[in-house]
Write a protein that binds this ligand. Sequence first.
Ligand SMILES: [Zn+2]
Length: 269
Amino acid sequence: MRDVYRIVDAHCHVYPDAIAEKAADNTGVFYDVGHELDGKVGTLKEASFAAGVDHCVIQSVATTPKQVGSINRFIAKTVAEGNGFFTGLGTLHPDSEHKRQDVEEIVSLGLHGVKLHPEIQRFALDEPRSLELFALCAEYDLPMLLHTGDKRYDCSNPNRLLPVLKRFPELTVVGAHLGGWSIWEEAVETLSGVKNLWFDCSSTFHWVDPMLTKKLILKLGTDRVLFGTDYPMWTPKTELDTFLSLGFPEADNRRILWENARQVFGIGS
Ligand SMILES: [Zn+2]
């Protein structure tokens, strides 16, 4: 059935070759889990082809305001060199002194949204300095992929996310890791049914048993969940195989692997 729709990996981190392994190491240490691949663009392409993944949404997170411009230009260049294989998201930083210019550059580079990672970027979603970012993304119609959930911190859990979604009802948000990494059940309970919120299932299968994962996805709605691998954390082939083993009907697979990502991130437009 795979030839009847495309398969999108909606959550991939990529880095310039020279720093890829180090950047992947840092994230692996933060989550105490390592990483299966190396974070290079070429490796992502190879691993995606091997898995039958047809398209990747790529991004990288700025840990300081100074990195914002260079990361966004790196993502745009990678998209341009990718012959249609990639859709790119930009990064922003809540401490930047020129947030509007940063957003305008993201738009002019042709990037399709913004990724933020509150724990790694050290901010809470509903602080005033972050609300400025959400207001700008709403104004410029940029969907946002947010890392969501971490029981060790109080940055991106539902108590921080819900006020933002309520304040910017026109903003499209994807909550990564089913809306709450490490707090899956609580997050799904609290967040299902929120109108402007979608989810991805990246970095979930390693921790959550398949039957529970399936139950959580059904609770959120198969029209609300996107497939993603969190490359380089996990290998596309094993993640895709695990997803397919959940045994959703083909119509749901089509939504999760293709339609929802196409709709949210405007893939192909
Ligand atoms: Zn991520």
